[in-house]
Write a protein that binds this ligand. Structure first.
Ligand code: BEZ
Length: 211
């Protein structure tokens, strides 16, 4: 069965542009993002990998390691790295796994045969410090991802893992959040000293508690 939210992220050891990586050990106590791209030396992938390099500082701030993967080998990734720099002005600053034998791709169901028998789709997995899968998104080869959205979800996941809140539609870091319905109003007054705004009995907004 395909990997689902809450499952333990499969562990693996694989070669990368930064040497051999044992996935769980590499992530340590932090968060991780494993993302696949279909193929090296292709246009959309080039823009994506440059953008992830540009955002590396944002992932670092969130104690999150990013790792790319495709079914190309490490030598190919290393050659392509120069093109990524030429095209986007960004130097690769995170590892890309070589996965010619599809070991990681198969573990994470990154090949969708009705899309392509040989290429990985654009998968994103966010993995928590407990090594559980917190988010899975799949994009087609023709659509480049929005990594600002990935950062936004990461902010929500990290906030909601620390506080009994959830984040509303289009929420972004700094916006008001929703108090978990399991907390009654009395308890909410204690837990959320900044107060709350009650729109419905089950919909109560409070300022972001860690701000
Ligand atoms: C691209 O990155 O542009 C791409 C890669 C594989 C298939 C289609 C597009």
């Amino acid at each position: 069965m395909a990997l689902q939210l809450g499952d333990t992220a499969p562990d693996f050891t694989a070669d990368s542009t930064e040497g051999t990586i044992s996935f769980h050990e590499y992530l340590g106590d932090g968060w991780g993002i494993l993302f696949s791209h279909p193929k090296d030396f292709t246009p959309v992938c080039t823009t994506e990998l440059g953008e992830v390099a540009r955002l590396k500082g944002e992932f670092d701030k969130r104690n999150t390691k990013v790792i790319g993967v495709s079914v190309d080998n490490v030598d190919s990734h290393k050659q392509w790295a120069q093109d990524i720099t030429d095209a986007t002005g960004q130097k690769l600053n995170y590892p890309i796994l070589g996965d010619e034998e599809h070991r990681v791709a198969d573990l994470y169901d990154m090949i969708h045969p009705n899309a392509s028998n040989t290429l990985t789709v654009r998968s994103v997995f966010i993995i928590g410090p407990d090594k559980k899968v917190k988010l899975i998104i799949t994009y087609p080869a023709s659509t480049g991802r929005n990594f600002d959205e990935i950062l936004r979800v990461l902010d929500s996941l990290q906030l909601t893992s620390d506080y009994q809140v959830s984040t509303p539609v289009n929420w972004k870091d700094g916006d008001d959040v929703i108090i978990a319905p399991a907390i009654d109003d009395e308890a909410a007054k204690e837990k959320f000293p900044k107060g709350f705004r009650k729109v419905k009995s089950y919909l109560r907004y409070t300022p972001q508690p860690n701000r």
